[in-house]
Structure formats: C-alpha cells, structure tokens
Design a protein around this ligand. Structure first.
Ligand code: G6P
Length: 500
C-alpha cells in the first residue's frame, strides 16, 4: 500500500461545469506512478479538491482510495503546516517558515485520517509505504495500532541540519512519528545524517551507521503481546527487528539511509524515439525562430528552484553583450503551484516582473529573450522540449532530488545537450558529468552558461553518455526494488548486513 498526500490523479473542474481526472503535479507522483502500475496494491491519497468525497476507484490499472480534506484542512494542513511550515523549514529556510498551533492541530488530525484509511484496508502483515513530509506522523500511528505491519517511509525532500530542524516546536513528535517505520529513506547521505543527529539530540537513542536503536517501552510491548495473542497471522510479526540493547532493555531497530529516487528512464527513451515527438522538437525550434542556442528551465513555480537566479544570470549576459536575443533564447516552463500560499504568490510576481524587464530591455521584434509559460504540459510535450533544448538549466537553491535533470538526460537519446545542475539538488550526487554550479554565485552561473554554449560537440557527447549510463541503470524501478528489499529483509539490524 502506498500512502501519500496526493493521489496520482487530481480531480479538476473544467469549463462549463465539467470535471476530469488529471495527472497530479510534482516529482513524487512522477516517480511512484510507474512503480504502482507494475505491482498490485492500493494507493491512498487526497484527490486535490476540498470538500469532496469520492468512492475508491481505479485509474490506469491502479486502485485508488481517496481521502477527503475539508476547505479548512486544505488551508491549515496542506497550505499551512505542510507548505508554509515544513516545506520552507526543510529547504533551509529560503523563505521564512510560519509556526501556528492551529496548523499543527490540523496536521495531526489529517495524519490520523490517512493512517485510519490505511488501517481500514491493511491485510495482516501488509507492507505500507508512507511518503513525504505531509505524513510524517503516520508511521507511528500505524505501528501503535498494528505492530504486524511492515512500515516504510520515504522523504522526497531534504531533511535539514539540526540547527534548522530544531526550530520546529513539534520536533520531537515528528521524529517519533518517523521512527514508527522499519525503514526511513532519504534522498542524500546528508539527509540521513541530519535525521540521525536529530534523533540523538532529541531522544538520545543510539545510532550506529544507518541503524537506529529505538527502546520499546512497556506500554508498546504490551500492545504487541496482545496483538500476537489475538491474531494468528501476526504472531511472528512483532519480533521483526527486535533485540536486546546494550543497556539490557528491549529495542527495535530502524534503518535510516539514502535511496536516491529516479525516473522511468525507459519511458523517456521510448518517447524520445517517437517520430512525432522528434518532429515536434524540430517544430519548437522553428517556432522559436531557429536561434543558435535554446536554453530551457522546467520547474514548479517554487522559490526553492532558483528561477530568479537563472534569469538574473541570463539578463546580465544579455546586458554584457555576451549573447543576443536573436541568438540565444530561454524557455521557462513554470507550472502553477500552491498558488494560495503567500510566498508562492509573491514569487510569481517577482518572476513575472523580471521576465517583463528582461524582455522589455533585450527582446528584438519577433525574438523575445525569454519565453515564459505559466502552464503545465503533458509528458510528450516535455520530451519534445527536452530534445529541442541545447542547454538545460537546473539551478535549485535546495532540492531533494530534482527529477527534471534526470528526465532531460534520459530523453537525450542523441547523446547531445548540456545539463547545468545546482550542487544543492540531490541529483548532483549522481550526475557528476553535468556542469555543476552554485546558483548563488551569479558570475559562476554566467560562466557555466558560456561554457555550455561553447562546449565542443565531442565533450558534450562524452559527458552526456556518462550521465545517461547513470540514469538508465539507476531508474525508478531499481529505486523501489532496493527500498522494498531493505524493508522486507529480516536482518537489517545485524551489523553484518548493513546496507551502507
Ligand atoms: C514535491 C513534493 C511532493 C508534492 C509535489 C507537488 O515533489 O515532494 O510531495 O506532491 O512537490 O506539490 P503539491 O503541493 O502540488 O502536491
């Protein structure tokens, strides 16, 4: 079972009162959807609309169980605690987080609802895989109610350094919530290290390598015992990952380690080979006026993505005369996101003022410097854009992974194209052949853009070949298989079996 805030499809109302289901935004759904398509199981999540109840249904071969949210809960749990407290806090306070007790109340209540929805359908010893920062209390809620369950948690976004995490007034409750899982997965080595440090500082539990020893208190043990007596199929389950700690009390072990997420690389390769998509890529270049260089940015319109930084660098290159709008264009796809959260509304204004200024100052008739698209597009159009782009700009200030970087690489079956990639995106741990940049260093960013524009074809292809090898061998199927293998093996607490 998958439990995530969003279902893979959103219920959206169209023109004239019509309604339809549309693919949900963001990296989480992009990564999990192909995984679930290949497996049996259910997906529990919110259908993206307030005050609407839906019966369980099937979409594209996946069984979905919708969890309803009221308008007040969308405000307090989703826009509030998830996206105005946790999101900015976990992304290194790029935007200041807000702390409100009513939001925390709603977060607990909604986490309980997701946990109850999972408990209502979980078979004995079921595997429940909980996802992302919106649902960090769910693992403990599941464990307290049903110790027979095998519980995994994956955090798609960064886990911050302790000095930042410790600002959270409910920092202990969140750590306890996560420690309800058997395996807690992170994107980067640093995220797992930050979590282990938070556990040591806030709870004093022993951590050795990737293994955290969590004492089992008497009350929890009593519940375990009762469950074992009462329910035949669960009789052995409470013993999972349990042993006696150094101080002589009962402990269970939690594995906390990185599992860098990826994409369905084969699917992007397949689309990139499709003649109609290749034709569309050529058409895009033509529509742009056949410039010498097409640069591309693709992001949710989010302040973590460094959209302003890349525009500043491009604007300065135009100002310096290093490039001209006739020669080089920037296409920026910025898909609408979390529009009712103030920081997002403000960012939209800032980006749009910047686009207008740069276009006003540097465009030539028929040649706008920046093509700004505040829209989402189907995957086919995205692959055509990737194929049309000579340079892909991923300049996130902080990003758990950034799947756009991997999508670009997987789509370049022609082995061409240059990826400029922020070292603050998780993807930079793996994609070392990209041009790695610090997006705060505008001069460095400008130099990387110039280097990309001037890079000889042989070097571009050499780098792209290495990048592609990495993405094609480390795809999302391998990611989920690795996570589920770690989750279901009985011996992860044994130091000899550590998966470092
Ligand atoms: C990121 C998060 C996901 C989230 C997605 C879209 O990828 O890790 O959990 O679903 O952004 O954001 P939204 O708020 O629209 O769900």
């Amino acid at each position: 079972m998958i439990v995530s805030n969003r279902l893979p499809v959103d219920h959206v109302s169209g023109e004239g009162g019509t309604a339809e289901w549309r693919t949900s935004p963001g990296g989480l759904v992009a990564a999990l959807e192909p995984v679930m398509r290949q497996r049996d199981g259910v997906w529990i999540g919110w259908p993206g609309l307030a005050d609407q109840e839906f019966e369980p249904f099937e979409a594209d071969g996946i069984d979905l169980i919708p969890v309803p949210l009221s308008a007040a809960e969308v405000e307090d749990y989703y826009e509030g605690f998830s996206n105005d407290t946790l999101w900015p806090l976990y992304h290194d306070v790029i935007s200041p987080p807000s702390f409100h007790r009513e939001w925390w109340e709603a977060y607990q209540r909604v986490n309980r609802r997701f946990a109850d929805a999972a408990l209502a359908v979980a078979a004995p010893n079921a595997i429940v895989w909980v996802h992302d920062y919106q649902l960090q209390l769910v693992p403990k809620m599941l464990r307290d109610a049903r110790p027979d369950l095998i519980i995994g948690f994956f955090n798609h976004i960064p886990f911050p350094a302790y000095g930042i995490y410790s600002q959270l007034p409910w920092r202990r409750q969140i750590v306890d919530g996560l420690l309800g899982a058997d395996v807690v997965g992170f994107q980067r080595v640093a995220d797992g290290g930050n979590f282990a440090r938070a556990v040591r500082r806030l709870r004093g539990y022993e951590t050795r390598g990737n293994i955290i020893s969590v004492p089992i208190d008497d009350a929890a043990a009593a519940i375990d015992g009762a469950a074992a007596d009462a329910d035949e199929p669960t009789a052995e389950a409470p013993m999972r990952h349990r042993s006696v700690g150094r101080r002589g009390h009962a402990i269970r072990t939690v594995l906390a380690r990185p599992f860098p997420i990826s994409i369905d690389a084969q699917e992007y390769q397949r689309l990139a080979a499709d003649p109609s998509i290749r034709a569309r890529a050529a058409e895009i270049r033509e529509e742009l006026g056949n410039p010498r260089v097409v640069m591309l940015g693709v992001d949710r319109l989010d302040y973590t993505k460094g959209i302003r930084h890349r525009m500043k660098a491009f604007g300065e290159l135009l100002h310096d005369g290093a490039v001209s709008a006739e020669d080089v264009v920037l296409v920026q796809v910025a898909s609408p996101s979390r529009e009712r959260v103030d920081a997002y509304a403000q960012l939209r204004d800032e980006v749009e003022v910047m686009v207008s200024r740069i276009n006003g100052d540097f465009s030539e008739l028929g040649h706008p410097a920046i093509h700004y698209l505040h829209q989402g597009y189907p995957r086919e159009e995205m692959v055509a854009l990737y194929l049309a782009a000579d340079i892909m700009l991923v300049t996130a200030l902080r990003d758990g992974m950034n799947l756009v970087a991997k999508e670009y690489v997987a789509s370049r079956t022609d082995q061409d194209g240059v990826l400029i990639l922020s070292e603050f995106a998780g993807a930079s741990d793996e994609l070392r052949q990209a041009l790695l940049v610090n997006p705060h260093d505008i001069d460095g960013l400008k130099a990387a853009i110039v280097q990309a524009m001037e890079m000889p074809r042989r070097e571009r292809m050499r780098r792209m070949r290495t990048l592609r090898k990495r993405v094609l061998t480390h795809d999302v199927q391998r990611w989920s298989a690795t996570f589920l293998d770690a989750l279901t093996r009985e011996d992860h607490h044994d130091p000899a079996n550590r998966l470092d």
